[in-house]
Design a protein. Structure first.
Length: 587
């Protein structure tokens, strides 16, 4: 059945086109059936049931197609068709496309869930969350998978007997299994197995996936007898109880696993028996991914039997470079096995090339697996573990809401403080503008008038006062502060005194320093220039020099120190205040 033939491209294209035409005829026949029933009672229900079954069968057929582009095109056509016919079918089509074609998976899952919620379809909502969790498990994104598992758990009724809860346990076991946490996975799977034995429920896929995974875990441990026991249990129950369209696919997969177990133990005759059972199953009843596994182990079997050329042809057909399929279940194992076959055939350089490919991919997968294990944050390894995580999720949600509330309060407080600060700055601007027309600096005037006593002798006080009066005269009349190079030595010469006396007079009488005193006049000048419109057409650098400052940075520092606000804030708000009330601010 699986003997490979080098098909001509034309034959491959025609085969795919036949599949497409078959699907089209199926839909035409379906439409004809609907037309015959157009006058019957409950026609809408009949249409819905027939249409869902037709689409389901179509998707089953699409799974078997080899050509990825054609497969995607047909699936998209079914998606468009179902979007106008039946909501339940459309949700299923969205899920199918999200699972198989990953360009818009998140968007498709979200749309499916929105429709299920909008139409109050509980089972559909559960299916979406279950499918989303499986989707992320397959991609080893276990943190994302856990989000949907927990959400799924919130929607399902409590109690182990519920099928929804078994779905959750299955997903949890799959997370452990795919992350390499086999001990934890075994505990979950065993719990499920005993429940299925108790209820004698076997006519669907999940018990067989679970038993096969248990067999796989035994293989990884090297427990071949245990693995064979699980696979034999699975095979026996599949033949006895399964009555679904995927029965033969399940039986084929289990036989492949039994063949793998036999090959690992060098029991080649037994392996041949199991592979022959797979070969006896019609090819169109075996899914693409299972078919790939058959080819892989058939190739391993042939290589062990010494039929290297036949084994090489089979293994090469599985290469991503050679196979147009979008499903590659056994990479990097394919590269490793192909390398071994080439080595046995004496093609050493080619063998080394694929051996390097194997190690490069395998190393990456091992890193990803270790990362995945660290993502699984669960407290226990059983049913109670899931409940605890759900409780943690609720608590985290509450803490998050509390955190958001606290953040909003803090933001509100910050806004309130900002507004208060802004108002206080506006008052500083207003006060600075109001006093700019006085004959001296407000600060120095207040300090001079409030001076009550001085420890120095009377003669020295008189000398200091006289120096200050002369200094104020020079400042107001000659505006010596406008000279950026002005210093205390030059000023003392202008007042016919010395530097020491001038410094003492400013310190004792005005309780400040010479630079601060000079800067108060310069700031006063800057405010005058701003209020008369100079800053509207000049830069801050020009404003600083015009006011007597050597540079912009010194100006900004002095302005902030004297007024409490930055020059830019002062200029902007003076403009606003003058615009709103021209009479309020003097020119």
């Amino acid at each position: 059945m699986f003997e490979l033939v080098n098909l001509d491209n034309f034959i491959l294209i025609m085969t795919n086109r036949i599949a497409i035409i078959s699907l089209i005829f199926m839909f035409l026949a379906f439409e004809s059936v609907l037309a015959q029933y157009s006058e019957k009672k409950n026609m809408q229900e009949l249409k819905g049931l027939e249409f869902r079954e037709a689409v389901r069968l179509s998707f089953d057929s699409i799974r078997l197609l080899q050509d990825f582009e054609i497969k995607e095109k047909l699936a998209n056509d079914l998606l468009v068709l179902s979007s106008t016919r039946d909501v339940e079918t459309y949700i299923g089509a969205l899920i199918f496309n999200a699972e198989h074609f990953h360009n818009n998976s998140n968007k498709l899952f979200k749309e499916a869930y929105r429709l299920a919620e909008e139409n109050n379809m509980f089972d559909a909502k559960c299916l979406v969350e279950y499918s989303r969790a499986q989707y992320f498990i397959e991609r080893k994104q276990y943190d994302s998978a856990m989000i949907y598992i927990l959400h799924y758990r919130e929607m399902t009724p409590e109690g182990f007997d519920g099928e929804g809860y078994r779905n959750i346990l299955n997903l949890l076991g799959d997370i452990y299994y795919h992350a390499g946490l086999y001990k934890q996975a075994e505990k979950v799977y065993l719990k499920m197995y005993h429940a299925y034995v108790k209820d004698d429920i076997w006519n669907f896929y999940r018990p067989f996936v679970m038993m096969n995974n248990m067999g796989q875990i035994a293989l990884k441990k090297g427990a071949f007898d245990e693995a064979q026991d699980w696979f034999q249990k699975s095979l026996k129950k599949a033949k006895q109880y399964l009555d679904t369209d995927y029965k033969n696919n399940t039986i084929a997969y289990i036989n492949i696993k039994l063949a793998e177990t036999a090959i690992l133990q060098d029991e080649l005759q037994l392996a041949s028996k199991y592979l022959a059972e797979v070969q006896s199953i019609p090819e169109d009843e075996i899914f693409q991914d299972v078919r790939q596994e058959y080819i892989y182990f058939q190739s391993l079997y042939l290589s062990r039997e010494g039929q290297l050329k036949e084994a090489e042809i089979l293994m090469r057909s599985l290469m991503p470079e050679e196979n147009r399929s979008n499903t590659f279940r056994l990479v990097p194992q394919i590269y490793s096995a192909y390398s071994d076959i080439l080595y046995e055939m004496g093609h050493y350089s080619e063998a080394i090339k694929f051996y390097k490919k194997y190690h490069r991919i395998n190393d990456s997968l091992q890193v990803a697996e270790r990362l995945s294990q660290s993502m699984i944050i669960l407290a226990n390894e059983n049913h109670l573990q899931t409940q605890i995580k759900l409780g943690e999720s609720v608590r985290k949600s509450k803490l998050l809401m509390l955190g958001i509330l606290v953040l909003l309060i803090l933001l509100s407080l910050m806004v309130w403080l900002y507004l208060k600060l802004y108002q206080s700055k506006l008052k500083l601007v207003k006060r600075s503008i109001d006093c700019h027309s006085s004959n001296d600096s407000v600060k120095t005037i207040e300090r001079l008038e409030e001076k009550t006593a001085d420890k120095a002798n009377g003669k020295e006080v008189l000398r200091h006062k006289k120096i200050i009066e002369e200094l104020r005269f020079k400042m107001q009349t000659d505006k010596i502060y406008l000279n950026p190079q002005l210093n205390i030595l030059e000023t003392s010469k202008l007042l016919n005194t010395n530097r020491t006396y001038l410094s003492q007079a400013i310190n004792h009488q005005l309780n400040t320093t010479f630079p601060n005193y000079i800067n108060e006049y310069r700031i006063k000048e800057a405010i005058r220039l701003i209020t008369t419109g100079y800053a509207e057409s000049h830069t801050q650098e020009a404003l600083a020099k015009k006011s007597g400052f050597a540079n912009r940075s010194v100006f900004i520092s002095a302005f902030k120190k004297n007024t409490g606000v930055l020059p830019s804030f002062f200029i902007e708000n003076h403009r606003k205040m003058k615009k709103s009330n021209p009479n309020l601010i003097p020119d």
